[in-house]
Every structure is written in C-alpha cells, then in structure tokens.
Design a protein around this ligand. Structure first.
Ligand SMILES: NC(=O)c1ccc[n+]([C@@H]2O[C@H](COP(=O)([O-])OP(=O)(O)OC[C@H]3O[C@@H](n4cnc5c(N)ncnc54)[C@H](OP(=O)(O)O)[C@@H]3O)[C@@H](O)[C@H]2O)c1
Length: 280
C-alpha cells in the first residue's frame, strides 16, 4: 500500500450494491478512496437484522453512507439506525450521510434520530427515484408495455439516482456538508402518466399507463409473488406518500452541487440508449 492510500479514509457504503450505494461506491473508487460495501452479499456480510454483523463492517471506517433496507419508513428502521449510529461512534466513525425519503413521517423521525445522535451528519431527503422505472419494480411493467398504478393526476418531481449519488459522494468526502439537510428533487413535476410518456418516446415503443384502484393493484402484487410485507410497503407508498404532499420542487441538488438537477427526459433518453427498455 502506498503512503497516499494509507492517508485516504475508508468509507463504508451501506446498500452498496443498490441503486444509490453502488453509484456512490463507483464514484469514490474513481477518486481513489478505499470503499467497503455493506450488504448481505458483501464480504464481510452486513445484515440490518443481525447486529452481530455490524462491528466487523465498521472496523477502521471513517465515514459511513447509511441506506436502510428495505425502506427507511418500515417498522424497526428507526431503532436500527439509532443503534447503528451509536455503534459507529463507539468504533471511531467521524461522519455519516443518511439516505432518507420525502413526505414520510417515519423517515423524518429517522432523520431526527441521526441529527440528534453522536455524529455529525448530512441528510439526503429524496423524492421518487427515476431509476425505479429501469432498475426496480417498475421495469417489468414498462417492458410489458402496460403500467397500471393506483395513482392518477398526482405529480412527483422524480429525481435521478446519479444526482443523489453525486451529492452523497460530496457529502462523504467534504465535511462542509455536515449539518445540512438536502431535499433532493428533479427539476420538473410529472404525473406517472407523463413519466411513462417520456419513457415511451425515448424507448420508441408503445407503453400504456392506466390508473387503477389500490385494491386491484395490491391483489396484482400478491399474485405476482410479493410477500405481505412488500405488498404493504408498496401500498403505503402509493396510498400515503403519493397524495400530493410531495408535489413541489426543492433546490437540494443545486445547493449541494452548484448545478441544476437532471431532467426526467434526459434520464429517459440516456437510459433508453443502454437498451434496458428494449430487451423484450
Ligand atoms: N426507491 C425510491 O424511490 C426511494 C426514494 C426515497 C428514499 N428511498 C430510500 O432509499 C433506500 C434504498 O432503497 P432502494 O429501494 O433504492 O433499494 P436499493 O438500495 O436499490 O437496494 C437495497 C440495498 O440494500 C441491501 N440490503 C437489502 N436488504 C438488506 C438487509 N436486510 N441488510 C443489509 N443490507 C440489505 C441490498 O444488497 P444485498 O441484497 O446485497 O443485501 C442493496 O444493496 C431505502 O432506505 C429507501 O427508503 C428510496
């Protein structure tokens, strides 16, 4: 190991194989920062439900990116995050960055726990990820050409995961972001129908959007094999969080990075080029 490498802080990225975490890990690696991935499939393995796995991943770490799985709003998340940050402080961690959700009282409670905790922190309070349409549960419906969701005219400022990852990376590397709460949204309010329209245009294929009742939606998730916990989480997000409370823009990306966030149309165009929406 060179002297330069020895001086670099080790950064732990929880959820480091997920949509935001893997983008942060890649950015840190490009900048020569030693990274440890925290996830069930990493070595050493990290499991939120098994605190015995926490000391091993925290060993020798300076800064931590906290992404709670499956969702920061689920029961048990606040206690786990509180206990994890206490443990991190005991093991000499200097700063944390928390990935949070917008419009969720449970997420905001978790934010307060971290803000009131023993370590300086940065909060990334994010709106819906654009990449849910290409790297998560909305990819299959997009590929099937038929997206049926229990939302009608409500608008959401979908945010690009690359913007979130860029803010997260800066916050991990630069202590001047400590104490900040960045509310991260895209630059434009879109309905889910608008978003599907952008994707259809970029992918050059017909994709229909239909608004359906919540009960029909959850029945579909259950018959698709989702567990009761997963069904209840997705229904919570659609019935509670997507009620219009998040239908406004915020300037977190601009404040953190000094540039505007990426528009959904740019996300759709760049993602279409990868071929992910053409594989069926
Ligand atoms: N998706 C959105 O639109 C959105 C919006 C705002 C906020 N958020 C927040 O973002 C966070 C990430 O959610 P996501 O949906 O984008 O998931 P994701 O990060 O794409 O995937 C989950 C990550 O967590 C790891 N993981 C899963 N279960 C785990 C466990 N029990 N213990 C340790 N690691 C585990 C997974 O890796 P392994 O499988 O290798 O363990 C993976 O790296 C959540 O806290 C969510 O509340 C999401």
């Amino acid at each position: 190991m060179t002297q330069n490498m020895q001086q670099q802080p080790l950064v732990l990225v929880l959820g480091g194989t997920g949509k935001i975490g893997r983008r942060i890990a890649a950015r840190l690696a490009t900048r020569g920062v030693p990274v440890r991935i925290g996830s069930r499939t990493a070595a050493p393995a990290f499991e939120w439900n098994d605190p015995a796995t926490w000391p091993g991943v925290l060993n020798g770490v300076q800064n931590v990116f906290i992404s709670y799985a499956p969702d920061i709003a689920v029961p048990g998340a606040q206690q786990a995050v509180a206990e994890f940050t206490r443990q991190a402080a005991t093991q000499g961690v200097a700063r944390v960055v928390l990935l949070s959700g917008r419009g969720e009282p449970e997420a905001e409670a978790a934010e307060r726990i971290v803000q009131d905790g023993p370590l300086p922190c940065t909060i990334l309070r994010c709106s819906w990820f654009a990449q849910n349409f290409s790297e998560d549960f909305l990819l299959d419906p997009v590929l099937a050409g038929e997206v049926a969701l229990p939302v009608d005219g409500v608008t959401e400022p979908f945010v690009d995961c690359d913007d979130i990852a860029e803010v997260g990376t800066e916050a991990l590397l630069d202590g001047r972001h400590a104490g900040q709460l960045y509310e991260l949204t895209g630059p434009r309010l879109l309905t889910f129908g608008d978003a599907i329209g952008e994707i259809a245009r970029a992918a050059e294929r017909p994709i229909r959007f239909t608004a359906i009742p919540l009960a029909e939606f959850t029945a579909g998730l259950t018959s698709a094999g989702l567990s009761p916990d997963e069904v209840s989480l997705v229904s919570y997000l659609f019935s509670t969080v997507l009620d219009g409370r998040n239908s406004c823009l915020r300037n977190g990306v601009e404040r953190a990075l000094g540039r505007p966030p990426r528009d959904f149309a740019d996300y759709a165009r760049e993602t279409a080029k990868t071929g992910i929406w053409s594989s069926r």
